[in-house]
Design a binder for this molecule. Sequence first.
Ligand SMILES: [Zn+2]
Length: 263
Amino acid sequence: MIFGLLKERRRNRLRSRAFPKTWLRIIRRNVAFFARLLAADQAELLGHIQVFLHEKRFEGCGGLEITDEIRVTIATQACLLLLHRKTGYFPHLLIILVYPSTYMVEAHRHVEGPVWEEGRMPRIGETGRQMGTMVLAWDAVKSGAADPSDGKNLVLHEFAHQLDYENYAADGVPALATRKQQFSWREVMRTEFASLCAAEETGMPTLLDSYGATNPVEFFAVTTEAFFERPRLLRARHPRLYAELKDYFEQDPVEYSAEKAKD
Ligand SMILES: [Zn+2]
């Protein structure tokens, strides 16, 4: 209790600190959505970034040296997910490992039916709950921040997984405030996930990345990317899904999206 209080006090202090000008320049240069946010949301976001950067450790991998540009560009995108909500700042996450570019991991991958492929696979990011770690490829972080409406954003994707873990279960359901919300979330997500799986099987083109058909966990991460990057299309084609996400995130990205009205 005391610890919680001290932590809250420290976070309040960090949020109200003057934001470093050099960091703000990095954001304006690298993170396209920032300029489109309301002034009040920009201010709130900058506060969250200060807490985030104080609490998370970064480590460079594959010869990459961590710079303020890397830290701030990642933090700005991650903290977009926290706006307007009471937040624990991705409490399970301790350390973020950053590679310069696509990195290789030992893995096995499902090909088709009983066929699995083993060996070294390229990755641009992942996050593991047990370890409290996240891995990101810097070039993918940067290109994701530069284009706010292509429907793809590595940082939003990986941090959506962290939100999913907040309630201690990796099940595609983040910590929802009320029972009513939990009930309608499960109902809507089940239907929407099933329809993405069906479309994936028949090869029908979809707004949501077909990677979301992997399982409900990936479905939540992929829909989060679409919610922030293609909100108009998502709202038009999946109104119930959009409404659930809007309820949870307590924001409406249509209001600041760079997405073209017609796409
Ligand atoms: Zn994922």
